[in-house]
Ligand binder design. Structure first.
Ligand SMILES: [Fe+2]
Length: 241
């Protein structure tokens, strides 16, 4: 008799573990509001008369709308900081005062959950202190998607991000805070969008006084987005880092 549990104890005996239901994006208001900021930007912003930019904007918003409509899974990632994230609060503050305030405020609400990282196996030492990016949607999560990547890149004041290109990936940057230039061609303010088509070589510099925060979108094939193979172009500028 002693090895038989009374009925009340038997009911409390451990049961085989059931898998927890997957976390979905519609269960996470802060993530969904941030995605809707991206959706609104790519839906209602101007293409400036450029057919190429209009096409890119449509590809981004169509893919994003499909992710939201499917109530995509959320795969939480361990939060991670990098040296440059010491500038993040200032970047958000600047962002909240300018044209991209909705995006900056929505980003502030997920700031504790962001995984800041480097896109290269070997990052030049000087760059490692001045730059990092975080993805919010893509093959690695946290919001699962396989043909679209959305994220943010943060630069410290006075950064040169060396020349690079993306193969079979179409990239747009939208300025959230700070001033920056691409290929020394112009100065971009919050709200500006730049399109980098596949193979286009680009190099970024940022203003001396303030950090710079850019939102970005990548479209490409499933295989390419799963393994983008980021490499800095071997130029004298890149070696100086
Ligand atoms: Fe780029």
């Amino acid at each position: 008799m002693s090895d038989l549990l009374p009925p009340s104890r038997a009911a409390a005996a451990p049961q085989p573990e059931e898998a927890a239901p997957a976390l979905r994006v519609l269960d996470c208001p802060n993530w969904i509001y941030l995605l809707r900021e991206f959706e609104a930007l790519y839906r209602y912003g101007s293409a400036g008369g450029s057919k190429a930019i209009r096409g890119h904007r449509k590809r981004v918003r169509d893919r994003l709308s499909a992710v939201i409509a499917a109530n995509a899974e959320i795969t939480p990632r361990p939060p991670q900081t990098k040296p440059v994230t010491a500038h993040f609060a200032r970047a958000l503050d600047l962002g909240e005062r300018a044209a991209m305030q909705g995006m900056a405020r929505a980003l502030r609400e997920v700031r504790e959950d962001l995984t800041w990282e480097y896109g290269y196996e070997r990052v030049p030492k000087a760059l490692a202190r001045k730059y990092a990016y975080c993805e919010i949607l893509g093959p690695q999560g946290p919001v699962q998607a396989d043909t679209l990547v959305l994220g943010f890149v943060l630069f410290a004041p006075g950064t040169t991000y060396p020349q690079h290109s993306h193969h079979d990936i179409e990239e747009s940057y939208i300025s959230v805070a700070g001033a920056w230039s691409e290929n020394n061609a112009a100065v971009y303010a919050p709200g500006s969008l730049i399109l980098n088509t596949s193979g286009h070589e680009h190099r970024i510099t940022t203003g001396e006084m303030d950090p710079c925060l850019l939102a970005y979108a990548w479209t490409g094939s499933r295989a390419r987005l799963a393994a983008p193979g980021m490499k800095l172009t071997a130029t004298r500028g890149a070696r100086k880092g």
